[in-house]
Design a binder for this molecule. Structure first.
Ligand code: NAP
Length: 244
């Protein structure tokens, strides 16, 4: 970890929070971004402080380019570099295709695809100067195989995987690795509406018979940060539910 500086977007809750918690405990310098959930972000910071660990929390709506730039400027001013960017923040919505409005579509794209694109662009300016870096994009199985009643979400996540592959080719020469993690269904607030019956159906169809937890994604993130030969890949921790 040698003082590696890691920016995690959407680290107030769910998968991003677990990544921030684990990576900070392992000695990485963590900047945990949040948007609305200030209370949870402050609670995470205080919990870690009780263990003698300091993290930065930074409020920024990453669907806004100007705000993205001020967050990156803050990190560069304070630490002089960003070693790892984890584009984790995202929103989901379940709707029939014919009911998705232009506003729904724009909001989905802004908070997933646009945010990941402009965040990566802003951070990569510094990574290219450093001639090193690691970008991890959290996409989704639905970007790989398509989710019914989640067409706009599936499109945004497939777009993120497209960005991963193209950027890996462009930035490899600058020693920057770019990969996607496409999680299966993970037990977070994003799936709070799922019934026990729906979870059971997924479990029965999952060869590993295991409910996905944020820790399953964090383990994959840790491996990708430490790896030196993987780039342009979409890795899908999903218990074998979806095998492409
Ligand atoms: P979650 O529990 O709903 O948490 C989402 C996080 O994203 C929150 O911290 C939220 O921050 C943040 N966020 C959303 N929009 C933001 C914005 N405009 N600016 C800054 N932060 C923003 O979701 P999760 O399950 O942990 O999901 C994390 C990522 O994994 C997402 O990209 C999701 O699409 C992907 N994923 C999840 C699953 C799953 O089954 N859970 C499966 C596949 C992929 P605030 O609360 O502070 O606003």
């Amino acid at each position: 970890m040698e003082n590696k500086v890691i920016l995690i977007t959407g680290a107030s809750r769910g998968i991003g929070r677990d990544m921030a918690n684990t990576l900070a405990k392992e000695g990485y310098k963590v900047i945990a971004n949040y948007n609305h959930s200030k209370e949870q972000a402050v609670a995470l910071q205080q919990e870690l402080r009780r263990d003698g660990i300091e993290i930065d929390i930074f409020q920024a709506d990453i669907s806004n380019r100007i705000v993205i730039k001020s967050m990156i400027d803050f990190i560069i001013e304070k630490y002089g570099k960003i070693d790892v960017l984890i584009n984790n923040a995202g929103i989901a919505q379940t709707k029939l295709f014919t009911d998705i409005t232009e506003e729904d579509f724009d909001t989905m794209m802004k908070n997933n695809l646009y945010a990941a694109f402009f965040m990566t662009q802003e951070v990569c300016k510094h990574m290219i100067q450093q001639q090193s870096g690691c970008v991890i994009n959290i996409s989704s199985i639905w970007g790989l195989v398509g989710g019914s009643c989640e067409v706009h979400y599936s499109m945004a996540k497939a777009g993120i995987d497209g960005m991963t592959k193209a950027l890996a080719k462009e930035l490899g020469y600058s020693h920057i690795r770019v990969n996607s993690i496409a999680p299966g269904v993970i037990d977070t607030e994003m799936n709070a509406m799922m019934t026990e019956e729906e979870w059971n159906t997924i479990l029965q169809e999952t060869p590993l018979r295991k409910k996905g937890k944020p820790q399953d994604i964090t383990r994959c993130v840790k491996w990708l940060i430490e790896d030196e030969f993987t780039t342009g890949q979409v890795i899908s921790p999903n218990g074998g539910w979806i095998i492409t």
